[in-house]
Ligand binder design. Structure first.
Ligand SMILES: C[S@@+](CC[C@H](N)C(=O)[O-])C[C@H]1O[C@@H](n2cnc3c(N)ncnc32)[C@H](O)[C@@H]1O
Length: 273
């Protein structure tokens, strides 16, 4: 548990972030059983648990999908460059750990707009010496800014996997999320990939609606959950690999327990032709 002072700011050091309002990176950390969260995050996290008691399992299922997708990309698709946007506070099986366990020379660029994630960037930058990692403090709503930062490390003439794991729900329809995803894929050559997961409006629909309402009341970042058709649209023009876009727990699970998890997310991995 993060230490908290009387005024709602972290004690001991001057923190560059507001702890009096819940933020998604820290609420998600709470659901995953992490210690990098504050009272407001835990209150928002608990309200969401009341609405959708399986959110903790769903969050873990999302992390497991992330790890399987990165392993697939590194092992079976030969991807050596990853652009992981909406990284979150470091957790188990971070992208560079999985990718570099397969191919130590892999290059990973992390992007997030929350100062607490920036605070943890050092843990994300512990690259295998054969490869490299970088961290960009940037907003997904500025895809050109994200790409300009990514070019510091990535070679845009070689394939890149763009990863958008449980982050697009923080863009509402007015942000034009489909154009943003298209812009992010645009500079990369054929053989590049898009890997994404997205909270589902139409899995466990009533509980998810209650959770969205609760999070939108208590959290700084608002959420828009999307249904199967709306999430599938992010893959337009790309070739989904087997088994297509499915519930996150059903994407190449490694055992029965993973497959049975009540993940309320749509997930898929697709190749740029
Ligand atoms: C639910 S967490 C997902 C973390 C990780 N991708 C995963 O799947 O385990 C969402 C993350 O996206 C980040 N985020 C939200 N909106 C963002 C934006 N507009 N630009 C960049 N990052 C954003 C949050 O700060 C948070 O760390």
């Amino acid at each position: 548990m993060a230490d908290e002072g009387h005024d709602g700011t972290a004690s001991g050091t001057s923190m560059p972030f507001d702890t009096s309002v819940a933020h998604v990176a820290r609420v998600y950390n709470y659901w995953l059983g992490g210690k990098d969260n504050f009272a407001a995050d835990r209150a928002a996290g608990e309200q969401a648990i009341k609405a959708f008691p399986e959110i903790g399992l769903s969050a873990r299922s999302n992390r497991a999908f992330l790890a399987r997708a990165v392993r697939f990309l590194a092992q079976e698709s030969g991807i050596r460059q990853f652009l992981d946007i909406g990284t979150g506070i470091p957790s188990a099986s971070n992208t560079h750990e999985v990718a570099q366990s397969v191919a130590p020379a892999s290059l990973i660029v992390y992007v997030d707009n929350d100062p607490i994630v920036l605070n943890h960037a050092r843990a994300l930058l512990t690259s295998d010496p054969a490869g490299a990692t970088d961290y960009i403090d940037a907003d997904l709503r500025d895809p050109q800014g994200v790409l300009a930062g990514a070019e510091r490390l990535l070679d845009f003439s070689r394939p890149v996997a763009v990863m958008l794991m449980a982050v697009l729900q923080h863009l509402d329809d007015e942000d034009d999320p489909y154009r943003i995803v298209e812009t992010l894929l645009e500079p990369f050559p054929p053989g590049s990939y898009l890997a994404l997961s997205h909270p589902a409006k139409d899995i466990n629909a009533e509980a998810m609606a209650r959770m969205a309402e609760s999070l939108n009341r208590m959290m700084a970042e608002k959420v828009t959950f999307r249904d199967n058709a709306a999430v599938a649209k992010f893959f337009d023009g790309l070739e989904l690999v087997d088994p297509g876009m499915v519930q996150a727990s059903k994407w190449r699970p490694i055992n029965e327990t993973e497959a049975a998890s009540p993940a309320a997310l749509w997930a898929g991995v697709a190749r740029k032709p």
